[in-house]
Design a protein around this ligand. Structure first.
Ligand code: SF4
Length: 385
């Protein structure tokens, strides 16, 4: 009963590895795969690899051995999400201040389903920005198909995610904006990609590091931290500060939203304007926060919600270790990757800059709206149908 009625659509475990093996064996298909931020912090766990060894570049190497044609980083489209969502926040700020209702992040499909089913009157407070997975799919079958000079119908778009709810998200009727079928054809969880590596008899302990393909393999540290609770908020504030002032803040200026606290809040100064933010993960914390907003006890300008405790690092598609919660350690891993990245700001990602210059024009442009934003009222929850 609860599997069919799970409000976040995250309880149904479905194995899609056969579909991907079939696509890899089909010479007519161009397989383009994206790897989500949080996957890099966990993929080696069930293969017996140490955290130091199980880098994302070794996962790239495994996927190349399996025969994927192009291997890209969802962190690229996490940067794109920040450009769109940060710009949208600034555009909506006057309305936010006058109504006293915040803008909510929209990148977690578990949360989007939760708000649609539990707080339908608040759905219009969601950002219209698609999740990085779906932005990536739309760009793959439009911008990247153009760069390759191929018919987008030939592209088979695969994502590797820490998440079960992403399988439902990619199949939504609103997620086909590039006009070549669904923008993401199939979603694999971290557990499924690990099973595929084993099924292919790849010796994970002998993998060398290999680079992502270009240009959609370039990303900033701001994109990497999407995988941890508070990461989307921090990344968005870094770029919003730049968009308002024309200057970069200290990249760690907003780090008070980090950590595993289930409901965190902070106040920042954005060019003389006070911005109150909140970050929640886990649906119990989310419900408390929503009730506080509804009753007027709490008031924020911008709120990040992730359905899984600890964010995607603790996502439902990650390796499971009975009795152990690894979201914190994996999140630390992602913050470590941000710290050593030479790019710390989404707006400084050169591939994102080129994408705007040559294709999208600017954040919130007509084309950006068509490909990168969505209508949360464009589909119904199962019980509404
Ligand atoms: Fe999926 Fe959980 Fe991440 Fe939400 S927080 S996107 S449900 S893994």
């Amino acid at each position: 009963q609860c599997i069919t009625h799970c409000p976040v659509g995250a309880l149904r475990e479905r194995d899609d590895t056969d579909r991907v093996f079939e696509a890899l064996a089909d010479p007519e298909k161009i397989t383009v795969v994206q790897i989500a931020p949080a996957v890099r912090a966990a993929w080696g766990e069930s293969l017996g690899l140490s955290r130091e060894f199980a880098t994302v570049n070794r996962l790239v190497s495994a996927l190349r051995k399996m025969g994927f044609d192009y291997i890209f980083d969802t962190d690229f489209s996490a940067d794109l999400t920040i450009m769109e969502e940060g710009s949208e926040f600034l555009e909506r700020l006057e309305e936010i201040k006058s109504t006293g209702l915040p803008m909510f992040t929209s990148c977690c499909p578990g949360w989007v389903r939760f708000i649609k089913s539990q707080y339908p009157d608040m759905v219009r407070q969601l950002s219209t920005a698609k999740s990085p997975q779906q932005m990536f799919g739309a760009m793959t079958k439009s911008y990247y198909a153009d760069l390759l000079g191929v018919d987008p119908e030939k592209i088979y778009s695969i994502s590797v995610m820490p998440c079960l709810a992403k399988k439902e998200e990619c199949a939504l009727p609103t997620m086909n904006s590039a006009g070549a079928g669904q923008d993401v054809d199939v979603v694999l969880t971290t557990r499924e990609i690990d099973r595929m590596i084993r099924a292919e008899h790849i010796r994970a302990d002998l993998l060398e590091e290999e680079q992502f393909d270009m240009p959609l393999g370039v990303s900033s540290g701001a994109g990497v931290i999407f995988g941890a609770t508070g990461g989307v908020m921090e990344a968005a504030l870094r770029s919003a500060y730049y968009l308002v002032t024309g200057k970069n803040p200290d990249p760690d200026a907003f780090k008070s939203v980090r950590g595993l606290g289930g409901w965190k809040e902070a106040e920042f100064d954005l060019a003389g304007q006070k911005i109150r933010v909140a970050v929640a993960s886990g649906l119990g914390n989310t419900r408390k926060l929503m009730e506080a907003i509804r009753s007027g006890k709490s008031s924020y300008d911008f709120v990040e919600i992730m359905a899984c405790p600890g964010g995607c690092a603790g996502g439902g598609g990650q390796p499971i270790h009975d009795g152990e919660e690894l979201a914190g350690i994996r999140g630390q891993n992602l913050y470590g990757l941000d710290k050593v990245n030479s790019l710390r700001f989404s707006h400084e990602n050169p591939s994102v800059q080129n994408c705007y210059k040559n294709y999208l024009q600017k954040p919130l442009s007509h084309r950006a709206h068509e490909l990168l934003h969505t209508d949360h009222f464009g589909w119904k929850m199962p019980e509404e149908q």
